[in-house]
Write a protein that binds this ligand. Structure first.
Ligand SMILES: Cc1ncc(COP(=O)(O)O)c(C=O)c1O
Length: 394
């Protein structure tokens, strides 16, 4: 179906931070499949784990358990413990994980307070997925047409606006607040420390669930396993009630996760939720490799360092076409004074002129977005930025 605006390239294989098209041309990957190929392409331990698991057992239905899926779920909860997580439901995608989060918020509130307290507050500019309910949760008007009626019970406030948040978090009608610590799709927009601290305080006072969509900004991308770990409330690390993850969680094999904290861990009871493929053994085997590699203090610190290097280099150019550079870790947004899409196309076309191509993303009409694999080397960052500079110069 005609759903995607595609760039003119077809890929055949990848290796590390590089992709090769069907004609053998080479492209440096600053996109990582929109934060999915977090360990680069054809990462040998990941390839091994997927192949070995596929040769053992690739699916077990939910009547039974699978050893590797249990191990993955345990490691994932352990990795998210600093964010307050206690247990997990495994799904297949981000939208599906977010559907689970909305269901947890609604049931938590219904059981404790009765009907009518089901609204979920999200932020303007947010992106939470493409199902009817996650589109309803997405705070961008362009997604609220053509497919109605949408799921009721979502309201939006501007990020950073504590007065609007205070007003929106009505304890009689609101079940949860659902936020991205750093909005990805709408331009790499980090929430301020004051806003998250205020949100955590108001949610705790009113028993409204504090839920983080970490699908794009989580999983180490910003230099901590969860982006929310970089925020404090009342001098202590922020603890969430619900966290969702997906994208890079199995390095390119589909998986999603909704994690619950102390208040919410017991909300789902037998029969409340399910998924045929969620937590599939092959995805779980891949996910174990990702967790083992990424949830390591040295590895996480390196992500932060590489991201700083990337941003500092772009800023140091003082390029007339660059208006602002934002981000955290390997999640960078660059506002430019021209349309981003033609630049993405020219990044691809570079490969026609005997040089390497550069794969970039956009996030809004005039914002470039870089989400390279965590395994990218310093020299690859330099090579990619040299190509970017040439593109901006010409
Ligand atoms: C923050 C955020 N939430 C949810 C989603 C939806 O994830 P999926 O496409 O896996 O359903 C995305 C995808 O871009 C995202 O960036």
């Amino acid at each position: 179906m005609n759903t995607y605006h595609r760039l003119p390239v077809t890929f055949a294989r990848g290796e590390g931070s590089w992709l090769f098209d069907i004609n053998g041309k080479k492209y440096l990957d600053f996109s990582a499949g929109i934060a999915v190929n977090c360990l680069g392409h054809a990462y040998p331990p990941l390839v091994r784990a997927i192949s070995e698991q596929a040769a053992k057992i690739n699916h077990v239905c939910n009547y039974y358990q699978s050893d590797v899926s249990i191990a993955f779920a345990e490691k994932l909860v352990e990795a998210c413990a600093a964010g307050g997580m206690r247990n997990v439901f495994l799904a297949n995608s981000g939208a599906e994980a977010n559907e689970g989060a909305c269901k947890i918020a609604r049931k938590y509130s219904l059981k404790k307070y009765g009907p009518g307290r089901h609204t979920i507050v999200t932020l303007r500019g947010s992106f939470h997925g493409r199902t009817i309910t996650t589109l309803s949760a997405t705070g961008q008007d362009k997604f609220h047409k053509d497919f109605g009626p949408f799921t009721e019970g979502f309201t939006f406030i501007p990020g950073g606006d504590l007065a609007a948040l205070d007003k929106a978090l009505d304890e009689k009608t609101v079940a949860g607040l659902f936020i991205e610590a750093i909005q990805g799709e709408s331009g790499i927009v980090p929430q301020s420390a004051e806003f998250i601290e205020g949100a955590a305080r108001l949610c705790a006072e009113r028993d409204i669930l504090l839920m983080f969509d970490e699908i794009q900004c989580g999983l180490g991308r910003t230099g901590t396993f969860l982006a929310l770990e970089q925020y404090k409330a009342g001098g202590k690390p922020v603890k969430a009630d619900v966290v969702t993850l997906a994208k890079g969680l199995a390095g390119g094999i589909p998986v999603g996760a909704v994690l619950a904290g102390e208040k919410t861990a017991g909300v789902f009871e037998t029969g409340d939720h399910g998924s045929t493929f969620g937590g599939n053994p092959v995805a779980a085997a891949a996910g174990l490799v990702v967790l083992k590699t990424v949830n390591d203090p040295v590895f996480l610190k390196e992500i932060g360092r590489k991201g700083e290097k990337m941003m500092a280099t772009i800023k140091s150019w003082n390029h007339p076409k660059v208006k602002e550079v934002r981000g955290r870790g390997l999640m960078t947004g660059v506002d430019i004074d021209c349309e981003a899409w033609p630049l993405l196309e020219r990044g691809i076309n570079k490969a026609d002129s005997g040089s390497n191509g550069l794969l970039m993303l956009s996030a809004g009409p005039k914002t470039l977005r870089f989400l390279p694999p965590y395994t990218i080397s310093d020299s690859e960052i330099e090579q990619g930025l040299d190509i970017l500079r040439e593109l901006l110069d010409s």
